[in-house]
Structures are given as structure tokens and as C-alpha cells.
Write a new protein. Structure first.
Ligand code: FAD
Length: 486
């Protein structure tokens, strides 16, 4: 049979390993860290457990698919449930909105709280579904670099409906036309952050994202987000995939424009195909530094990064759910800081993810595990120590105002993740969460393809290449790679 070496065990690396093993490949995964999963990690401290990276889980069927493909029953290996409330939104003026996952109920809630006509919300979600139906087969499930993608019947239909796909407006522009209440515009603008983009620049096409939450659903894995990593790691091993941890690949070996293996220290690993799961920008700087560089792609602006405080909180707040948002008073200014100033705004939007609401043993009795995050610019050498100190103060003050509490006295344990450590732990260029930003209309075309144009037998998967960042898209990159590898 054929053999494959995969560089990196991020979610896309794991999924590629499973898919190639199912095709009869002998697969070896080389991972620099001592653990699998990359950004999809976990951490424990004094009775609190935290998922360190992704917290929002959509399209779980893409995980199920990997079990089904391997002849296993997904339910007996990886359990999850659909959320009844996608997110709990808080504003400083006391407004609170529960984003029910049922569109009708959500529309009623928004009408009750903001006076917005229910139809505006339902129409927006229908539009979101329309964009998804038209564009996901083109941009998510296939390579953009093969002519068949652009010449099938589905593509032709989309060309005729281009006006309805939001390509010519920004997300904020479209939302302002659609909704009367500025708070609702803000709520829908937030979906740009799901792939680290700026709602004031990104095309309205990204209004595809609410469809995932309201029409298709947001989910929570019964054992926490990290179980996505663990269950796929176990599945891969059961299929005979071998993992070498603590192995940092230094170089892809290329002979006559063909990848034949990799070097890590003094060891070489040979294989028929090489799949790179490490961030593409850093890959060209390190393991592919002697190869032809895709200069235009390497220069594309990166998505935003994040600052996260993992707080063990020795108190329960009944008003908090799994996903909570404390909105900035000036959203536009917040994004101006992130994407134009390269700095952190003094009144940031705060996201608090609390898995102990759904999974009690993630915190001691009477306590909660707060994953407290703000969006920040990617790392261009800012004085992060100072920015983090100021942001921590601003976050605590804002939470205190909105929840009428004094949160600092309840912080029992604290840990931190920030742009510099995101990069050092997962090799993500500039600490970007999602690879390239989607701020430009052409962003989809300016991601690296899932294969090399110049080197045979070399493939790419993960959040920095096509179709983009986030768990679902990473899983789709693995599918595209395994289909290409044949
Ligand atoms: P990565 O997770 O980037 O892993 C790459 C792996 O390659 C790492 O393990 C690294 O050690 C290894 N590696 C790198 N270089 C080498 C080398 N030279 N040799 C060997 N191994 C190497 N997505 C969502 O869907 N929902 C969310 O709510 C969400 N929130 C997020 C919050 C945070 C804080 C972060 C950081 C990300 C979030 N994301 C979210 C994005 C999501 O985590 C990523 O898109 C996804 O996990 C990236 O997976 P990947 O396969 O590209 O690999």
C-alpha cells in the first residue's frame, strides 16, 4: 500500500489521517507538541477543566462522517447535544437577549426586547440559508483550483444569482439595511468574528454564518470540546495510524519537484505523499523555505487573534449560559482598534464561555469555569504585556457593571492565552485564530490550495489553507485532500 506522512495533529491533520487510513494508506503523524489537537486543546487546574481553544461547535455531522466512514457508530464514540439557546447577549443599558436556536422563538424574543418586526429576523435567516445553499458546494466542499468546480450546474445557477449573494456590500451595510434596531445590527455583525474578520469590511456573503447557528444548530460535545480531539485521536489509532509526539519537522525533502519525505533533526521519514497541517505562512518560512514561495498568498492579511483569561470562579451566576456576550458600547470603534490601529479598545466586547453550565464536573460545586475572551489584533510586535494588563482591568470593570458584582474576589485560578502564545504553541502566523482574514471580497481565492502547484505529492490541510479556519472548514480541507490524493 501507499504511505503518508502528516505534519501536525491539529483537527485537520487528525481528520486527514483517518481519511487516508480508510483509503488503505499507512499513515504516520509527526507532531511537535507532546499532545494531539493543536488549538483544540484542554487544561485543568484545581478542580476546573477548560477547553483552551474553540468553544463553538457547528456541523457536528462532519465529525460523525469520520466514524461512519470507518465503520463505527458515531454515537457510541462521540456524543453531543443541540443547544436550545445559542448565546446570551448582554448590553450595558440592561438589555438582555436570549438567542434561542429556534428561529421563530428567537424572532419573538428580539421583537419583545427591541421592538424589531419578527419578519426582519426570519427574512435574514432565510437569506443566510440561501447564500449557504448556493455557495457552500462551491467554496466549502471542493477545491477552487480545479476547473470542474466552476463548470458544473450548481456553479452556473450561482452566477445567475450573484446579486443576492452579498458580494457587493459589507456585512454591516447589509445588516443596517435589513434591521431597524442598532443592537440587532450589532448582534448580526458579530458573526464576522466567527472567522476573525471585521464586519465593517467583510462582504455580506459572510451572512452565511447565522444559518449555521439558527437553521443547522450549535452543539455541545457531552465531554467538552476537547473530546473532538480525543475521540478522533482514538479513532485514528484504532485504524493503525501511528503518532510521533515531540517531533518537530524541519524540512520537506524534495527531489525532482517531488516530495519524498521529511527531516526532523537527524531523522528522515519517507512516504509516498506528504500532508502539511502546520500554518502555511510558517511552513513556507521553515519546512519549505528552499522552495518557490507563493508571495501574494503569503502577504494576505491575517485574521484577528484573541486574549483569553481562563478563570476558575468560586460563585455561580444563574443568568449565565454556555455562550455569553457582553457587548461593547461602540462596536465600530472596537473593530477600528483591532483592524486599523492594531491595538485593543478600552471597551471591548467580552465573550464568556462556561462549559460547567452543561458539564457540571468542569468546575467544583458552586463554582464555574469562565473562558473569558476578547478579540484582539494579530501580533505585529505590540507591547502585549501592557495591553493585557489594561485589558484585564477593562474586562473586570465591564463585567462588574453588567452583572452588578465584584468578580475579582471570585477568581480562584487564572491562566492566560494571548497572540504570542497562540503562535508559539501551534505555529499559527501572528497568532491569528483562523489563518487569513475574510475582509476582502477575494479572500476565498487568496488562500493556499490544498496541494502544491510546484511540488508533486505535497498537500495542505488546516485553518490557513482552503476553505479556511474553524473546525468545520478544517474538517472539509481534510476531505478535499484525501479525495485529491486518491
Ligand atoms: P492547528 O490546531 O493549528 O494545529 C497545527 C498543529 O501542527 C499543532 O499541533 C502544531 O504543534 C503542529 N505543528 C506545527 N508545526 C509543526 C512542525 N514543524 N512539525 C510538527 N508539527 C508541527 N474554531 C471553531 O470552529 N469554533 C470556535 O469557537 C473557535 N474558537 C477559537 C478560539 C481560539 C482561542 C483559537 C486559538 C481558535 C479558535 N477556532 C475556533 C479556530 C480553530 O481552533 C482552528 O481553525 C483549528 O483548530 C485549526 O486546526 P488546524 O488543523 O489548522 O491545526
Amino acid at each position: 500500500g501507499k504511505s503518508a506522512v502528516i505534519i501536525g495533529s491539529g483537527i485537520a491533520g487528525l481528520a486527514t489521517a483517518i481519511r487516508l487510513a480508510n483509503k488503505g494508506y499507512q499513515v504516520k503523524v509527526l507532531e511537535a507538541n507532546s499532545y494531539p489537537g493543536g488549538k483544540l486543546g484542554k487544561m485543568s487546574c484545581k478542580g476546573y477543566r477548560f477547553d483552551t481553544g474553540p468553544s463553538l461547535f457547528t456541523l457536528p455531522q462532519l465529525v460523525d462522517e469520520l466514524f461512519i466512514l470507518s465503520g463505527r457508530n458515531p454515537q457510541s464514540h462521540f456524543e453531543y447535544s443541540r443547544l436550545a439557546v445559542n448565546c446570551h447577549y448582554f448590553w450595558e443599558d440592561g438589555t438582555r437577549i436570549k438567542a434561542y436556536s429556534d428561529p421563530g422563538r428567537f424572532a419573538r424574543e428580539v421583537h419583545d426586547k427591541l421592538g424589531e418586526p419578527e419578519d426582519n429576523i426570519l427574512t435574514a435567516l432565510r437569506n443566510s440559508a440561501f447564500i449557504y445553499k448556493r455557495l457552500s458546494p462551491l467554496f466549502m466542499h471542493r477545491s477552487l483550483h480545479q476547473w470542474q468546480t466552476w463548470t458544473n450546474a450548481h456553479a452556473l445557477k450561482s452566477y445567475f444569482q450573484i446579486g443576492k449573494l452579498g458580494i457587493f456590500d459589507t456585512m454591516n451595510g447589509a445588516n443596517k439595511k435589513r434591521f431597524g434596531h442598532p443592537k440587532l445590527v450589532q448582534l448580526f455583525n458579530r458573526y464576522a468574528t466567527y472567522n476573525g474578520s471585521d464586519p465593517y469590511q467583510t462582504p455580506a456573503t459572510l451572512n452565511i454564518i447565522p444559518h449555521l447557528e439558527y437553521n443547522m444548530g450549535a452543539y455541545f460535545p457531552k465531554k467538552g470540546m476537547h473530546d473532538i480531539t480525543l475521540s478522533l485521536f482514538e479513532l485514528a489509532k484504532s485504524l493503525g495510524v501511528s503518532f510521533n509526539f515531540g517531533v518537530k519537522v524541519d524540512r520537506v525533502i524534495v527531489n525532482n519537484r517531488k516530495a519524498t519525505g521529511v527531516m526532523a533533526g537527524l531523522n528522515s521519514y519517507e512516504a509516498d505523499i506528504i500532508v502539511n497541517n502546520m500554518d502555511m505562512v510558517n511552513a513556507y518560512k521553515t519546512i519549505l523555505k528552499d522552495q518557490k514561495q507563493p508571495t501574494t498568498l503569503l502577504k494576505q492579511p491575517k485574521s484577528s487573534s484573541a486574549l483569553i483569561f481562563y478563570w476558575g470562579i468560586s460563585k455561580k451566576f444563574a443568568e449565565l449560559d454556555l455562550h455569553n456576550i457582553f457587548f461593547s458600547n461602540d462596536y465600530e470603534e472596537e473593530f477600528r482598534y483591532i483592524f486599523h490601529e492594531g491595538s485593543v479598545y478600552s471597551d471591548p466586547t467580552i465573550y464568556v464561555n462556561i462549559t460547567s453550565v452543561y458539564k457540571e464536573d468542569d468546575a467544583p460545586p458552586g463554582c464555574m469555569n469562565w473562558f473569558t475572551m476578547i478579540n484582539v489584533p494579530n501580533n505585529t510586535g505590540q507591547d502585549w504585556d501592557l495591553l493585557i494588563k489594561e485589558a484585564r482591568k477593562a474586562i473586570i470593570a465591564k463585567i462588574n457593571r453588567i452583572l452588578e458584582t465584584d468578580i475579582e474576589q471570585f477568581i480562584e485560578t487564572e491562566d492566560l492565552l494571548e497572540p504570542r502564545t497562540i503562535e508559539s504553541k501551534t505555529s499559527s502566523a501572528m497568532g491569528a485564530l483562523y489563518g487569513n482574514s475574510s475582509n476582502s471580497r477575494l479572500a476565498a481565492f487568496l488562500r493556499h490550495a490544498n496541494y502544491s502547484f510546484h511540488i508533486k505529492n505535497l498537500y495542505f490541510c488546516g485553518g490557513s489553507v482552503h476553505p479556511g479556519g474553524g473546525i468545520p472548514l478544517c474538517l472539509l480541507s481534510a476531505k478535499i485532500v484525501s479525495e485529491m490524493a486518491g
